[in-house]
Design a protein around this ligand. Sequence first.
Ligand code: NAD
Length: 426
Amino acid sequence: MTDNSELQGFYKLSMEERREILKKATSLTDEEVGTIANTGGLPAEVADHMIENVVGGYTYPLGVATNFRINGKDYLVPMALEEPSVVAAASNAAKMARVKGGFTVTNTGPVMIGQIQVVNVPNPEAARGKLVAKKAEILKKANDQDPMLVSLGGGAKDMNVKVLSSLKGPMVIAELIVNTGDAMGANAVNTMAEAVAPLVEEITGGRVFLRIISNLADRRLVRASAIFDKEAIGGEEVVDGVVYAYAFADADPYRCATHNKGIMNGVIAVGIACGQDIRALEAGAHSYAARTGTYKPLTIWEKNKDGDLVGKLEMPMAVGLVGGAAKTHPAARADIKVLGVKTAIELAEVMGAVGLAQNFAALRALASEGIQRGHMKLHAHNVASSAGATGELIDIVAAKLIEEKKIRFDRAKELVAELSKKGNSE
Ligand code: NAD
């Protein structure tokens, strides 16, 4: 906490100087400053150039999910996140999916949309026609910005134009359709959108304001599916339970938000581990889920004629291997190596499979034993640790909390005090 958040020239200082100021302004202890200063697997000078006003780093645990078989290939999946039981659940779901061959995933290609907003257009419909007529010229201007992308087979491939009626009257929106290859593509697409804006103004006689990528990446979808053998997952009752859980999510946005959140547990954990723009992934997922005007699940669960459970996922997956943190963060580079993906679409496909696996694991737990049992076991370790337990004491306190069925911070504190006293006197 601070009394004054106006830190003049903070951005010009070194990381060390910024930490000194932060320490004075917030009464952090030396130990706390040391904790913040630690950039983990990210060299400090790299961190300092990734964002602004950098004072240190922040580390997540990195787990590796096992058992994934996707499109006939095995993968070890790095997952970075703070939530207990996600990695275990993904590994367990992937193991069950293997019984019927694992996950099958397809994709619609790495295609993003860049929007150019034109306002004050004298005749919007006529302007639309003029833009369409000049499409080749506009696409050429866009592609001139990125010869590298074009040489690799990517670039601006098409353009749509729509007229929106808005709060501020009609506006013309030109949309560049760009194949971004192995890049997530936001910089590439934004550069193109900015470059064509003067030409778009000239053609339409209007004024361009926004020139920016859309994160509703509905031309960059992954479709994952898997069959879960009824015996392997605990019987036909579990199959029915998952199908009912899906029907609940389909009928109710309150349930659906948590249904889709479960999918994102997997997607975002792999996204963080592999240096992806996870805000773009979240924005894409939820806007796609709401594209019909009603918020819907990103997965479908059905029972097939053999009584097995069939899961299908469809969602945008705007990820890249070149550019962004995937390139600059050494841990992301190492994690991508662990995964062994060679292209952005292969990464997208793996993330789709993980999303489906994660959703299955959550629904299976909810529809059978309830989610808390597995969750609370891992949670007990976190509670023990935040109550001050260290080393072996974490396991001892966690076991006691579970045995007493009281996984609570106050009880953990008591146990830590009690057991450490015992340890000291012995
Ligand atoms: P980038 O600009 O760093 O890299 C893309 C460029 O790499 C391409 O334009 C191309 O010239 C080159 N390239 C080399 N090899 C390539 C290959 N095999 N395939 C494709 N391109 C290749 O990165 P980017 O992916 O355009 O942008 C991603 C960054 O943009 C992320 O860090 C993201 O956070 C950020 N961003 C996101 C948004 C958003 O709304 N989602 C907005 C602005 C910025």
